[in-house]
Design a protein. Structure first.
Length: 264
């Protein structure tokens, strides 16, 4: 079965070792990377587990990083689908969005915890509206994140507020709508017009609850993701393969939903 990983990361070779170690140290051992963070190791993992393509999700932890990241995106590798990086704090956010759209990427990644903003703050609604009008998918970190964070910047209910304010924004709530906040995801987001990905949930979300929530939400709105290098790609795949979802649903999660979204 074809597999598209909608939630992955790699770093430039010169930065990969330091970036992976920094995140591991910051998380106090809660995260033990499965790969070394380089493109070469990512591709090796993809080949090992039969992953056709991975979406790379860079994060601009500082506003001044936005343009250097986007100017260096990998756009000529058929195994990697590059999303762009944006920051609502960038003084040039309008031209940043224009640039990302102009180079043909399909979406962008925002990480409210790492970037330090509340995703439902009305001050950022014009920022989101321009992203939506540019036709860019927005994949958010959602829910808990290990490390020195308040863990309240991207709560499940906030996605409903944002979607109501910017209805034409295509939202993927990473980590199945809110890592470690499953009851609130089920209460607020299941059945909504918001996509979930499955990144980094294998050790935390009981399979029975995953299947129930997937069926209630709609199998057409769930996307496979691994969060590589932070989670083992094989474990993320087995979690879905070994679930009680039928083959049609598994095929939707593994590639059909991603293809429709990315090619739409």
């Amino acid at each position: 079965m074809k597999i598209i990983d909608m939630h992955g990361h790699f770093f430039p070779d010169a930065l990969a070792k330091r970036a992976v170690q920094t995140v591991a140290d910051m998380c106090g051992g809660e995260i033990l990377p499965a790969l070394d963070g380089t493109l070469a190791d990512l591709i090796r993992g993809m080949d090992r587990f039969g992953i056709s393509q991975t979406v790379n999700l860079p994060v601009a932890t500082k506003p001044e990083s936005v343009m250097p990241i986007n100017s260096g995106l990998l756009l000529d590798n058929n195994r990697i689908i590059s999303f762009g990086a944006l920051s609502p704090y960038s003084p040039t956010w309008e031209s940043d969005i224009d640039f990302v759209a102009s180079i043909g990427v399909k979406g962008i990644k925002l990480h409210p915890e790492y970037q330090g903003f509340y995703m439902n703050d009305p001050a950022y609604f014009p920022f989101y509206q321009k992203i939506a009008d540019a036709g860019l998918i927005t994949l958010f970190h959602a829910g808990y994140d290990p490390g020195p964070f308040s863990r309240d910047h991207a709560l499940p209910q906030m996605f409903l507020e944002l979607k109501a304010a910017v209805p034409n924004l295509t939202i993927i709530a990473g980590h199945f709508g809110g890592l470690m906040m499953w009851n609130d995801v089920e209460k607020y987001l299941v059945g909504s017009d918001i996509y979930f990905d499955t990144a980094a949930i294998a050790d935390f979300l009981p399979q029975e609850q995953f299947v129930r929530m997937t069926l209630l939400h709609g199998t057409e709105k769930v996307l496979f993701g691994s969060d590589t290098p932070w989670e083992d790609q094989g474990k993320a795949i087995r979690y879905i393969v070994e679930s009680s979802l039928d083959d049609t649903a598994k095929e939707a999660l593994f590639h059909k939903n991603a293809e429709r979204l990315l090619n739409g």
